[in-house]
Ligand binder design. Structure first.
Ligand code: FES
Ligand code: MG
Length: 591
């Protein structure tokens, strides 16, 4: 424990030990004593540490944090702190209607108020399910008090008839089996449920494993801690060590702004490529960067990440699951492979007070089937491309997941091998898609491009994970399993589809996707990273004038006050889908 910071400097002293304002001090103190904390404890000068609890019955992915919190408390106590646990607005990726994306910013803004407005000197952020991680990190970045994240850990591997079944990825497979009549409704549910055998978050390389890995790569949680499965004993031990460590971080005054530097974000972008991370990562990391005041543009995901190969063999890109990732060495083993290539800024600071270079210097791959050495990757150039054109300013695509079959069907023009032209089939939101996808009159064939619009942060509040659309049943029966998909929504991290998604600006924010008509020809060119509808600027302008005369692009009305409030201030996915009012406030407050 360092004594460079005296107890008087702790922000909690302003509540609990402020002789110049005895009235308020007494009022603050008495109520925190009413469940048994003593006056002596509260005035001891010990750091008060919040445990931001994201687990609950409504958030099954993070529910194990209710158990882990006991070990966090023991660590905090042992290191000389006092723990105060409090709830964070629940975000369950699979349970929240209309989208969990809507609640990332709600949990964020709620947690900011808690961290700012209560007597907390530091905080343990209990992260896990997709949006809980960015929501917590964004809030800690905004308030900038010492903060350490603790992952809840992935579920154990799922199994069905001797084969691994992974969260989310099994749904894509089960949907096809159901559509092809090979399983029935009950069989479908059983197959999907087999992928969730224990407490914890999605065991595939979906958004949860991605964001938890990146929280470690950013330096915001203890080394090795992201990948440990939820039920393992090491997970409990890590909870204890995390609780111990945050107390020292308070004494050292080690804050998010010391850790979340540009170098840390570049490291995280590279790790994201190497793990085969979710296309949701750019949205969340760009948002986090803005809240900590680091300039990070969506184009930098391509600049720093595209060349990095895929090293982690987890579904959906590969074969294995979360337990295997942990046994193979987890995040440090991946970081070390990148360090050997000079791809990691080794001096980036982390929560344990050491640099990422120091933390990962001795990391080894324990199982080369699961984590590949850099020179024997699963795929070359596994990062994202950032595309633009006359339909949107930015959208991301994971080019490395283009299948040979897909390449054969779309990218088969020898004169122009990286480009294709497809006939657009346009859907307005997921309900429209479900309603019409099997409608034979659309005449969808294997060269069509499916478009999903009205699915962005404003159009489908929070942005729906719906861009990776299943083919019409009549094509699946003919053996066509995927079509090119483009949209202004998101895509589940558990889908391996090479969709072009997160298109910004979305149709509902005035983007040209709103002008697209079924039957238009659209050209995708991977040489130039462009997507263009093949109509003239004049025609586009005419369509724009007509749409505006009709009152603009229509989307469903808000169902709750928060949906309406968020719609009025949310930005586009290219810049993190942040609450722009919050960003503006932070910029003014800093000047
Ligand atoms: Fe919660 Fe995947 S649904 S982690
Ligand atoms: Mg998701």
């Amino acid at each position: 424990m360092s004594d460079s910071v005296t107890p008087q400097k702790l922000r909690s002293r302003a509540w609990f030990d402020n002789p110049s304002n005895p009235d308020m001090t007494a009022l603050y103190l008495e109520r925190y004593m009413n469940f048994g904390l003593s006056l002596e404890e509260l005035q001891s000068g010990k750091p008060i540490i919040g445990i931001a609890q994201t687990g609950s019955d409504l958030s099954p992915c993070n529910r194990h944090h209710l158990v882990l919190a006991d070990r966090i408390r023991e660590g905090i106590r042992e290191a000389g702190g006092i723990a105060l646990e409090f709830p964070v607005h629940p975000i369950q990726e699979t349970g929240k209607r209309p989208t969990a994306g809507l609640d990332r910013n709600l949990a964020y803004i709620g947690l900011v108020e808690v961290l700012y407005g209560y007597p907390l000197d530091g905080v343990v952020l209990t992260i896990g399910c997709d949006k809980t991680t960015p929501a917590c990190l964004m809030a800690a970045a905004t308030v900038n008090i010492p903060a350490i994240a603790l992952s809840v850990g992935p579920m154990l591997n799922g199994w069905y008839k001797g084969e691994r079944t992974g969260s989310g990825t099994i749904v894509w497979k089960a949907r096809e089996l159901l559509a092809a009549g090979e399983i029935d409704y009950q069989g479908f549910i059983k197959l999907v449920a087999s992928s969730a055998p224990s407490t914890g978050y999605c065991n595939t390389m979906g958004t949860a494993t991605t964001m938890n890995s990146l929280a470690e790569a950013l330096g915001m949680q203890l080394p090795y801690s992201a990948a440990i499965p939820a039920p393992h004993r090491d997970r409990q031990e890590t909870a204890y060590l995390t609780g111990k460590r945050i107390v020292d971080m308070v004494h050292e005054d080690l804050k998010p702004s010391d850790i979340l530097t540009k170098d840390a974000f570049v490291n995280a972008i590279r790790v994201n490529s190497a793990i085969g991370g979710s296309t949701n990562a750019p949205i969340h990391l760009n948002a986090l960067a803005r809240h900590i005041g680091v300039d990070l543009q969506v184009e930098e995901w391509q600049e720093f990440g595209e060349e990095v190969p895929l090293l982690v063999n987890l579904m959906p890109a590969g074969e294995y699951l979360g337990e295997d990732y942990h046994h193979a060495g987890g995040v440090p083993a991946v970081v070390k492979q990148l360090m050997n290539q000079g791809l990691i800024h080794e001096n980036a600071m982390t929560v344990n007070g050491k640099t990422i270079g120091e933390n990962c210097a001795k990391a080894v791959i324990e199982d080369e089937k699961v984590i590949k050495p850099y020179d024997q990757p699963l795929k070359e150039r596994a990062g994202f491309r950032v595309l633009s054109g006359n339909l949107f300013d930015s959208a991301v695509m994971k080019v490395s997941v283009i299948s040979p079959e897909f390449r054969e069907r779309y990218l088969n023009n020898p004169a122009d091998p990286q480009a294709f032209v497809g006939r657009a089939i346009v859907f307005d939101g997921p309900e429209d898609y479900h309603h019409r996808i099997d409608d034979g009159s659309l005449n969808i064939d294997e060269h069509c491009i499916l478009f999903m619009r009205g699915a962005g942060p404003i159009g489908y509040p929070g942005a729906a994970e719906v861009v990776n659309m299943r083919c019409p049943t009549y094509l699946i029966k003919r053996g066509i399993h995927s079509l090119a998909c483009i949209g202004d929504g998101r895509q589940s991290g558990t889908s391996g589809s090479p969709s072009i998604l997160n298109a910004s600006p979305e149709a509902a924010a005035g983007g040209n996707l709103a002008l697209l008509v079924t039957g238009d020809k659209v050209r995708v060119d991977l040489n130039t990273n462009t997507v263009n509808v093949l109509i003239s600027d004049e025609e586009l302008a005419q369509r724009r004038a007509k749409l505006e005369a009709e009152g603009g692009y229509k989307y469903p009305a808000s169902q709750t006050p928060w949906q309406e409030m968020q719609r009025r201030t949310v930005g586009q996915m290219g810049s993190g889908a942040c609450l722009e009012d919050a960003i503006q406030f932070q910029q003014i407050a800093q000047t």
